[in-house]
Unconditional design. Structure first.
Ligand code: TYM
Length: 333
């Protein structure tokens, strides 16, 4: 029996990076899981609040992400799908874990430093404590594995440290989770600056492919992806970051190894290669988009989220009360 936990922030439209680095792996793990495994996949709306959000847009984005999870193949009979804020234990464990987290270790987080730099005025204190909330998300369910993209590795390391710290201070309580980071696809890069991660919040629209982009938009974005003048199709992220990124995308989208693709395109030019990458991405995303529209307007969506909330709450309550008891937050012994 194993437990798998992961989440995604409902901040704007999801990118191909979110799909290949995270959701695709959630679905694979779900489909390979046995009946007694527990999989919790949630919508990290509390995390989204660490930067200013328009309330109406946030509400819409939460629903949209729920529909997207289903459209991508998450099955509510196998995975518990829920909204983070509806299981209030997340906020509570976040606070309790803050009491054993050092400010210095939070200030060292690269994502915090990056976001801090971008957001000149009014940085919320929640942006600093964000990784503690994330640790709580994972420890609440005693996760064994956490499938994430490369950019979450440092947060997982902190989660492991907090679990070990708590266990040694208050006796064995939490499972120390392991990150699951795919070999290919864990860091999809911007199409316009392939030395930078593809991101939902990139100001340059054509830098990212969004899961809900129309076919012609996807084709245009891939055709105008930045490459190099060398002309050969090889996997070399240092010297050929643009082509290497397209190879990673193509490999994940078509379930073909990078070696096979390099061999296939050894005599081809960039134009032909890019066209085939675009075909693979369109073929991948089209069925998801069709199912997305179905789920977004379906009645099942609320029922699935209600059931997910109830199931997740059951597990979360148990862990939290154990944790509080160990910390002395209990009236009677
Ligand atoms: P978020 O919402 O930024 O991203 C969701 C997932 O997508 C992955 N990802 C990428 N993978 C490959 N290439 C990219 N360009 C790319 N961009 C994003 C991320 O690594 C992530 O797996 N803090 C998390 C959400 C979270 C969470 C958790 C995750 C909250 N609590 C508990 C796991 C467990 C985040 O902001 O992800």
């Amino acid at each position: 029996m194993k437990t798998i936990v992961s989440g995604i922030q409902p901040s704007g439209t999801l990118t191909l990076g979110n799909y290949l680095g995270a959701i695709k792996n959630f679905v694979t793990m779900q489909n390979e899981a046995s009946d007694d495994d527990n999989i919790f996949i949630f919508i990290a709306d509390l995390h989204a609040l660490t930067v200013p959000q328009d309330p109406a847009a946030l509400r819409k984005n939460v629903r949209s992400l729920a529909a997207l999870y289903l459209a991508c193949g998450l099955d509510p009979n196998k995975s518990t799908l829920f909204i983070q804020s509806e299981v209030t234990e997340h906020a509570e464990i976040g606070y309790l874990l803050q009491t054993i987290t050092y400010i210095g270790e939070l200030e060292r987080m690269t994502q915090y430093k990056d976001k801090m730099q971008k957001q000149v005025a009014g940085v919320s204190s929640a942006l600093l404590t964000y990784p503690v909330l994330m640790a709580g998300d994972i420890l609440l369910y005693n996760a064994d594995y956490v499938p994430v993209g490369e950019d979450q590795r440092q947060h997982l390391e902190l989660t492991r440290n907090l679990a070990e710290r708590f266990n040694s201070r208050f006796s064995d309580t939490f499972t120390v989770p392991k990150p699951l980071i795919a070999k290919v696809g864990a860091k999809i890069m911007s199409l316009q600056d392939p030395t930078k991660k593809m991101s939902k919040s990139d100001a340059l629209e054509k830098a990212s492919i969004f899961i809900l982009d129309q076919e012609n938009v996807i084709r245009k974005k891939i055709a105008s992806a930045v490459t190099d003048s060398d002309g050969s199709i090889k996997f070399d992220p240092v010297n050929k970051p643009g082509i290497s990124n397209l190879l990673s995308i193509y490999s994940c989208a078509s379930n073909t190894s990078i070696e096979e693709l390099v061999e296939k395109y050894k005599d081809s030019g960039y134009g032909e290669f890019k066209k085939d990458v675009a075909d693979a991405v369109v073929n991948l995303l089209k069925p998801i988009q069709e199912k997305y529209n179905y789920y977004l307007n379906s009645k099942e969506l609320d029922e699935i989220l209600d059931n997910g909330r109830d199931k997740a709450s059951y597990f979360a309550r148990k862990t939290l009360s154990k944790m509080k008891r160990k910390m002395g937050i209990i009236r009677k012994k």
